[in-house]
Design a binder for this molecule. Structure first.
Ligand code: SF4
Ligand code: SF4
Length: 66
């Protein structure tokens, strides 16, 4: 079931607070130049913690059309 969802970052809304990266259990995310960066997309387990914790709705999961 891996790969059913992918991460989307709305860079304009991201303030680089790092909350998403701190809550990610798989170290998928990091902050670069005051914006979140998806450094290890293959490690993402689509748990939704980043989406849940971001105060600015700047990162979320979308279903991948098969
Ligand atoms: S969905 Fe989960 S594993 Fe994937 S980046 Fe967000 S917090 Fe990390
Ligand atoms: S929690 Fe939201 S605003 Fe903060 S770094 Fe992550 S995506 Fe950006």
């Amino acid at each position: 079931m891996i790969g059913r969802k992918r991460l989307v970052v709305e860079t304009a809304w991201c303030k680089g607070c790092g909350i998403c990266a701190a809550f990610c259990p798989k170290q998928v995310l990091e902050i670069q130049h005051e914006k979140v960066s998806i450094k290890a997309p293959e490690a993402c387990i689509s748990c939704g913690q980043c989406e849940l914790r971001c105060p600015d709705y700047a990162i979320y999961l979308v279903n991948i059309e098969e």
